[in-house]
Design a protein around this ligand. Structure first.
Ligand code: IMP
Length: 178
């Protein structure tokens, strides 16, 4: 990987487009969960900005939980091994759970999280992901609420990072190595 100074993020989905799509997703979630009190389980760290925007468009008594999972480390490749770094604090038994993800790439992390959550006997689990890279899938994932399908390129911004950097960018960007 090139040095930071040689990495130039290029916008491919603007913050305006993201806002429109987040509103649309929230409208569908409001409709589907009307009268219910879902627990949103956001996957750290990448989903924090998406969660913050999404929840402000929800007209529901939603609760929030965070989980931290390790999978990618600092490289572009995935080890294929997922571990819980920080698990749930809340009791989700009998509750409606909505996973909030930044990206579904190989699908390994989401499958692991689904199994982890299902063991705790929620009454339902659905998945909301800002982005998905279907061409990279190793395990199938049924994404109930999807923002954008993205090509097989590394993306940063709007919470997504490369090696801890670029999360602050308001748009979704490709990183181009010069
Ligand atoms: P998985 O391959 O679906 O298990 O995804 C594992 C994790 O890798 C995701 O939750 C992201 O944190 C990270 N990831 C995968 N693709 C990208 C990307 O293009 N940009 C930033 N992070 C990514």
């Amino acid at each position: 990987m090139a040095m930071d100074s040689q990495i130039e993020p290029r916008v491919f989905i603007s913050c305006r487009e993201i806002e429109t799509v987040v509103c649309r997703l929230a409208a569908r979630i409001n409709e589907d969960y009307r009268g219910r009190k879902p627990i949103l389980v956001a996957v750290l760290k990448g989903a924090f900005i998406f969660l913050a925007d999404l929840i402000r468009h929800l007209d529901l008594q939603a609760e929030v939980e965070f989980v931290s999972l390790s999978s990618y480390g600092q490289s572009r490749g995935t080890s294929g091994k997922v571990e819980v770094v920080q698990g749930l604090c809340a009791d989700i038994r009998g509750r409606d759970v909505l996973i909030v993800e930044d990206i579904v790439d190989t699908g390994l992390t989401t499958n692991f999280l689904l199994n982890y959550l299902k063991k705790q006997k929620p009454s339902s689990v659905k998945i909301c992901s800002l982005t998905s890279k279907p061409s990279r899938r190793k395990l199938p994932v049924n994404i109930d609420y999807l923002g954008f399908e993205v090509p097989d390129k590394f993306i940063v911004g709007y919470g997504l990072d490369w090696d801890g950097k670029f999360r602050h960018l308001p748009d979704l960007c490709f990183i181009k190595e010069e």
